[in-house]
Design a protein around this ligand. Structure first.
Ligand code: FAD
Length: 397
């Protein structure tokens, strides 16, 4: 919303107040989920502020998969075109053993127009969302602002923030914590983050595409463990390989060797653009609300990246949160709205976590590998194929 007017606020005498700018809703964190929520709230005519501690965004391309339900919402906030024009439309996921093809998931069986998974590096996704937020609400995003104090009254939330070495106070009727998996706000609210680490670990990297998979994803269920491969813009390809132990500082051979040994595919070391490793965890906030604060995105749930759902699930939270907040601003009693949000989004997160687990289990080393191949081949036939395409593209969450 353009032309916001912020009035003065002074309620915390212990803070040196540089300025005071009450919004109706403050979003903490300008990752993909906070930026998306800022756009949607602004579009709904809600006065929104998005506070982000970083001055510059990271160039990391960790989340690359954008699923159809998200694309529908991204379209509604006016960014789907900018994203699809820069990304790769993955229409099929082909499953292989190390030697033969098992079948394929055809995403074109999903409802149109977004009958594909879009591959787009996370930093481009964030750039597009940030640009859109600036169009919808030019003053909403404040960078270099780290939230470090929280107080809730009967009518508002007060946030103390550090900005350029000074303390500044912001207030709003409601706050949404989109501050990532180590959420300071969630901890401050005393909301437990229940979960555990899995034994699984992976190494991943981006290389020039030397396969004949073109715009298809490749899922290789080898005896030695899963290898996944996804097309990226600029003729690059993301490779992810399961490792026996977590490699904190992987080198190129940690990815090139398993791909060559298990699949006979030679990756071009010279073309490597990114190399990293990750362990896998599942965590779920015991509740997604506390008085006037909502949680969304990784602040509320962390799941295995195998299947690429975390950011997408956060956007589905944000879509729902925006509608709930718009109603709450005019409601006599917002508590039932928040309780419904918490219940619904927690249920969706549980479902997504189970789906991510299934993807991960399928990729583990197995004693009865023939049985696994038979099961996957069966699932890749009709009628299961259509259901699988929808489950894989995050329908029913
Ligand atoms: C290897 C890997 C691959 C992945 N691939 C996919 C994929 O393909 N598809 C998918 O959907 N998901 C994927 N994910 C998950 C996805 O990256 C995350 O779910 C997503 O980044 C979460 O977004 P978020 O906005 O909730 O949190 P974050 O991206 O963590 O953003 C939180 C923001 O809050 C800011 N912040 C934190 N504390 C404060 C504070 N006190 N004050 C102000 N600002 C603060 C941070 O600086 C940050 O910018 C992947 C994850 C990994 C690790």
């Amino acid at each position: 919303m353009a032309g916001q007017s912020w009035s003065s606020f002074s309620q915390s005498p212990h803070l040196s107040e540089v300025s005071a700018k009450p919004a109706e809703v403050i979003v903490v964190g300008a990752g993909p989920v906070g930026l998306f929520l800022g756009c949607r709230l602004a579009q709904l005519g809600v006065r929104v502020k998005v506070l982000e501690r970083r001055l510059e965004r990271s160039g990391s391309s960790k989340a690359i998969g954008i699923h159809p339900p998200s694309l529908e919402y991204l379209d509604r906030i006016g960014v789907a075109k900018a994203m699809t024009s820069q990304g790769i439309k993955i229409k099929r996921g082909k499953a292989f053993t190390s030697k033969r093809r098992l079948g394929e998931v055809d995403f074109e069986l999903c409802p149109k127009p977004f009958s594909y998974i879009l591959a787009l590096p996370q930093f481009i996704t964030e750039e597009v969302l940030e640009k859109r937020l600036k169009e919808l609400a030019p003053c909403a995003l404040e960078q270099g602002v780290s939230v470090c104090g929280l107080e809730q009254t009967a009518t508002e939330v007060l946030l103390s923030c550090e900005k350029e070495g000074q303390l500044e106070t912001f207030s709003a009727s409601f706050v949404v914590a989109c501050d990532g998996k180590d959420s300071w706000l969630r901890k401050q609210l005393g909301i437990e983050f229940v979960g555990r680490s899995y034994p699984d670990s992976y190494v991943m990297g981006d290389f020039k595409d030397s396969t004949d998979l073109a715009h298809d994803a490749g899922i290789f269920l080898t005896k030695e463990g899963l290898i996944e491969s996804f097309p990226l813009p600029c003729n690059m390809r993301r490779w992810v390989a399961k490792t026996d132990t977590y490699l904190s500082k992987p080198d190129l051979s940690d990815l090139i060797k398993p791909v060559q040994d298990r699949l006979g595919i030679v990756l071009d070391a010279e073309s490597n653009k990114m190399l990293s490793s990750f362990k896998v965890q599942r965590y779920l906030a015991e509740r997604f609300t506390e008085a006037r604060v909502l949680l969304a995105g990784d602040a509320a749930h962390v799941l295995s990246p195998i299947g690429g759902q975390g950011m997408n699930l956060g956007w589905l939270d944000a879509w729902e949160a925006a509608a709930v907040l718009q109603s709450a601003l005019h409601a006599q009693d917002f508590a039932p709205l928040f309780a419904t949000y918490s219940r619904k989004r927690k249920k969706a997160a549980r479902k997504a976590t189970r789906r991510a687990e299934m993807n991960m289990y399928l990729g583990r080393k197995m004693t009865f590998v023939g049985l696994k191949y038979a099961l996957v081949s069966l699932l890749l036939r009709r009628p299961f194929k259509t259901i699988l395409a929808r489950v894989f593209t995050m329908r029913w969450l």
